[in-house]
Design a protein around this ligand. Sequence first.
Ligand SMILES: C[S@@+](CC[C@H](N)C(=O)[O-])C[C@H]1O[C@@H](n2cnc3c(N)ncnc32)[C@H](O)[C@@H]1O
Length: 184
Amino acid sequence: MKLNTINIAHGWMCQYLKAGDLCIDATAGRGHDTVFLCELVGDTGRVLAFDIQEEAVNSTKFLLKEKGLKAEVYLESHTHMDHYVKPETVDGIVFNFGYLPGGDHSMSTKADTSKLAIEKGLVLLKRHGVMSLCIYHGGDTGFEEKEVLMTYLKSLDAKAYTVAVCELYNKPNHPPLAVLIQKH
Ligand SMILES: C[S@@+](CC[C@H](N)C(=O)[O-])C[C@H]1O[C@@H](n2cnc3c(N)ncnc32)[C@H](O)[C@@H]1O
């Protein structure tokens, strides 16, 4: 398997999540992370997926159908995911920031809403629950979102959370970051 940021994040999540868990894909996009979570939690688990673009919601539903999997896919901002699940009930949350591959780059995730969604996600996580983030920067994406998120993550109380960051260290042009957060 190719070593890339998404595979690093998935590998981490695999270590913590299991059949029957409740998970959220906070940026559904083309549905690959939703499918990954559905396969991890199995028939006894529950996956919710959010995206603000109809194209992403349709792509995700299509991929799920193709794979014979079920998830609740909502045309909704991840800043509202707290309207769908109760605090401290979620086992895992996946964020893959940036823009819809092959889609509208202007509809990419934004620093302020991404930070708010992470804050809300941390409230939703159970004790020992995990959140993964794939953070892109440079190019079309710019640097603001990464800077805001990394500053926020650094400020998280070390007694309440552990934050691990992994960078593709020798890659040129601002390689993306994989981040794993565990709630204590
Ligand atoms: C890099 S893509 C996600 C890739 C996806 N996880 C996959 O497996 O294909 C980022 C997605 O975030 C979505 N997005 C942007 N702002 C959002 C928001 N406030 N709430 C939910 N999704 C958002 C975009 O529409 C885009 O589809």
